[in-house]
Write a new protein. Structure first.
Length: 471
């Protein structure tokens, strides 16, 4: 949204009183419609929306005229919706209690010094604000946001993952646009051995049939999820200091609908009906707050974000934000499988190997960007078959990546970027060794034992059925 427009509209509201004439309201509505691209199918509908707009205008000006509130309301993108319409289309946290079997409580002590403030947006661990539209799938956006965050923190790669896959395919407990819970979404991703990208399985803002062909890549995986103990703000703070966290809140208050900026303090109930993502925390003028990412587009709040009061003195938190918090976890081994591309750099190496090999593939292929000054003529290809399971006996992933090395059986860690270098000692026995003709070397590949435990036994051999030399 244009910031100059927001400033001008806010200024106009401030000089108009609740008793402003109908012509002034009509002019304001006309300006608002142009800015938000709103059009209506009939004059009757337009007249109805004008009345709704005027009612919301009265509510906004009444609140802002108090002068003692820590937050400001505005005629945002939802100013032509009644409060009832807004509640029925923009929420979606399931009212059903969470199955106790899915509660994964984990109480931890203070780990190091907790920073006074943190903003995961500044660390590149938060994707752009999304818009759930008129689909009650807030739970899916909260879950994907948490998954995107931990994946970035562990792998160094920020990948936007698919809410639509959760809406259409996660049907064991969740109900698509009819509502759901983040923990069930996390469990689906674990059971499914990953989740697809937003690009491959795009959002449609409606229910549909699961497209199993689209969900095969499973680009991002998680290992487990943890529930923050209920009404424990200290534990929640510790969790957010480590990663973005999914939370349930009460988002059905009218002030929530028209929120513009500032630290939201309520009033609101603790009847949880909406899901959001905490992406940080801070303080302003002595008031502590959470940084909350919503899924209502950038036309709401502070470009899609809200500051909600922290340390309110209520154990449940403002709008119940301390009551239902959880976050996914991803271990480095699973993170390894999530890299879609690796950038190698050094005196003699400069290439990217992004090609993905399916877990059911019988052909290992190499796609490389060759640099003429590179003298390295040996390449090791790391393949992760379905049989290879990591610490929690979960399929590691479905990727194959190329690793340059200078000596047979030895990978040069200094050439490896990101967290991958730290994994090389654990994976050194799993390399497929060989040479590539593009480096003027004969292409030969042999397979060595993995040496990693699989269900209390060692995997001794794999078979590479086919290798296509240099395509």
């Amino acid at each position: 949204m244009n910031f100059l427009y927001i400033f001008a509209l806010t200024l106009l509201i401030s000089v108009l009183s609740p008793s402003t004439s109908s012509s002034d309201i009509s002019q304001l509505f006309e300006t608002w419609c142009k800015e938000h691209g709103k059009s209506y199918t009939s004059q009757e509908e337009r007249s109805h929306r004008l009345k709704v707009f005027e009612d919301n205008y009265d509510f906004v000006t009444k609140h802002n005229s108090k002068g003692n509130s820590s937050y400001t309301l505005a005629l945002n993108a939802f100013a032509d919706l009644t409060h009832h319409e807004f509640k029925t289309s923009r929420l979606g946290l399931s009212a059903a209690p969470l199955n106790p079997a899915h509660r994964n409580l984990e109480i931890t002590g203070v780990v190091g010094d907790i920073p006074a403030s943190i903003d995961w947006r500044n660390k590149g661990a938060v994707t752009n604000v999304k818009d759930q539209g008129s689909c009650g799938a807030c739970w899916s956006f909260s879950a994907t946001g948490a998954i995107e965050g931990i994946n970035k923190i562990v792998t160094g790669s920020l990948v936007s993952v698919s809410e639509q896959e959760l809406i259409e395919c996660d049907k064991s407990y969740n109900d698509g646009c009819g509502g759901g819970l983040m923990d069930y979404a996390f469990q689906f991703v674990i059971n499914n051995h990953g989740i697809d990208t937003e690009e491959d399985y795009p959002y449609r803002a409606r229910d549909g049939t699961c497209n199993k062909d689209r969900m095969k890549r499973r680009v991002v995986t998680i290992d487990k999820y943890v529930d923050v103990p209920e009404n424990n703000e200290k534990q929640l703070l510790q969790a957010v200091a480590v990663q973005p966290v999914s939370v349930g809140i009460c988002g059905s208050e009218r002030a929530f609908q028209m929120y513009s900026k500032g630290i939201f303090t309520g009033p609101c109930s603790t009847s949880l009906d909406h899901a959001v993502l905490i992406v940080g925390y801070g303080s302003e003028n002595g008031v502590d707050y959470w940084i909350v990412k919503n899924s209502w587009g950038t036309g709401w709040g502070m470009r899609g974000y809200m500051h909600m009061q922290r340390n309110s003195g209520n154990s449940q938190g403002v709008c119940g934000i301390n009551m239902l918090a959880s976050y996914p976890q991803e271990k480095p081994a699973a993170a390894l499988a999530n890299f879609l591309e690796f950038a190698f750099h050094g005196n003699a190496v400069d290439w990217i190997l992004p090609y993905v090999v399916r877990i059911d593939s019988t052909v290992a292929r190499m796609i490389t960007q060759f640099v003429t000054r590179t003298r390295t003529c040996a390449l090791s290809v790391l393949v992760m078959p379905q049989e290879w399971r990591q610490w929690r006996e979960k399929p590691l992933g479905s990727l194959a990546v190329g690793i340059p090395f200078l000596k047979p059986g030895f990978s040069e860690a200094p050439f490896i970027s990101g967290n991958f270098g730290a994994m090389l000692p654990l994976l050194s026995g799993s390399m497929l060794k060989g040479k590539d003709s593009r480096f003027r070397c004969k292409t030969t590949y042999t397979l060595e034992p993995v040496g990693l435990k699989h269900q209390n036994s060692f995997v001794d051999e794999w078979s590479l059925k086919n290798y296509v030399g240099s395509d």
